[in-house]
Ligand binder design. Structure first.
Ligand SMILES: Nc1ncnc2c1ncn2[C@@H]1O[C@H](COP(=O)(O)OP(=O)(O)O)[C@@H](O)[C@H]1O
Ligand SMILES: [Mg+2]
Length: 320
């Protein structure tokens, strides 16, 4: 039998009709599976099995029920992944992480072997070896951080922060290739946010920009403030994002890279949403990509209806 959802106004007449129904009806062709009462809207929703929409209407008429609408439903899903789906995601994540860690680990192994066999290294050789170790270790810790940031979302610690300070701190954490120039903003913008989470988000965006430019070129970081919203832009002149890739970039585990967790932008999106902000991307293949993040200046203001309306807009991805 097909399944339907029917919606009723819950005025006194309907309520009485329902009570009668519960007392009297025992041999109907309609079987009610679930009943939900929405107090705020004074409405009642029934999920039921019936032969047809008409048989529900006849039934309503028979018992004097006032019905607002009847809708057939194919299936009701509640969005909770079952255990096997969860295990699959964890399995994929573990495999991706293991794969990503292997490269920097083999760099560390090689460098340590060189240092062991060549006991007396010249100062220049030492600098090269330590540089390689440093970059490999940074990469490992970034990969681990990305996974942890994603799987363990923590509560926000909101404070008034200078965005410029967070940007500088993020850049310090990145092993910036020598051929990359990061142009910093020369205006100062404050926002109420969680310092650590913003640092993670900015680090992810800058690393993506650097990777999109094949480790050489300029990244611009632009800040602005209109009193209500603080805006941060990370602009690169890299490969750009193809049209077919664009809708997937915020999905967890989606990556087009050989070495990539596919968690960076999913984390960024979660962080922006936690701050009641919006994230927007525009891109042109072969020319570059701009990520724009808008955050309400005051986290408390973000709870107010007007601000949260704006903030609850979905992220928009556009192609230039
Ligand atoms: N600045 C960018 N330029 C071009 N493509 C990008 C950029 N940022 C993200 N992408 C695309 O979005 C995908 C997902 O990014 P992300 O979630 O950070 O995962 P990862 O960097 O591990 O692949 C990337 O694999 C890439 O295809
Ligand atoms: Mg990334």
């Amino acid at each position: 039998m097909p399944t339907f959802i029917d919606e009723h106004f819950m005025d006194n007449d309907s309520l009485n009709a329902f009570k009668n129904l519960v007392n009297k009806d025992s041999q109907s062709h309609i079987s009610t599976k679930e009943v939900f009462f929405n107090q705020a809207q004074q409405k009642l929703y029934c999920i039921l099995d019936a032969h047809s929409e008409q048989s529900i209407r006849d039934y309503h008429e028979k018992f004097g029920l006032k019905c607002k609408s009847i809708m057939p439903i194919q299936q009701v899903t509640f969005g909770v992944p079952d255990e096997s789906e969860k295990l699959q995601v964890i399995g994929e994540l573990a495999a991706r992480l293991a794969h990503d860690l292997r490269n920097p680990l083999s760099v560390i192994k090689n460098v340590v072997e060189i240092m062991e066999t060549k006991q007396r290294l010249r100062i220049e050789e030492k600098i090269i070896c330590y540089g390689r170790l440093h970059r490999a270790i940074n990469r490992i810790s970034h990969q681990i951080d990305e996974v942890l940031d994603f799987v363990r979302p923590t509560k926000l610690t909101i404070e008034e922060n200078l965005l410029n300070e967070i940007i500088s701190s993020a850049i310090e954490k990145i092993a910036k290739p020598d051929d990359i120039v990061i142009n910093l903003p020369n205006n100062f913008v404050y926002v109420q946010c969680d310092f650590i989470k913003f640092e993670v988000m900015i680090t992810n965006l800058i690393i993506n920009a650097i990777q999109a430019m094949n480790n050489s070129g300029q990244v611009d970081i632009v800040l602005s403030d209109d009193g209500k919203f603080a805006t941060l832009q990370v602009i690169d002149r890299g490969s750009g994002i193809p049209k077919d890739v664009m809708p997937k970039i915020f999905e967890p585990l989606f990556t087009t890279k050989q070495i990539g967790t596919g968690l960076g932008l999913a984390s960024c999106k979660a962080i922006v949403e936690q701050h009641k902000g919006i994230i927007h991307v525009s891109s042109s293949v072969g020319k570059g990509t701009t990520f724009t993040i808008q955050i309400p200046k005051s986290h408390a203001a973000a709870q107010e209806p007007q601000a949260s309306n704006k903030a609850s807009q979905p992220q928009i991805a556009s192609i230039k």
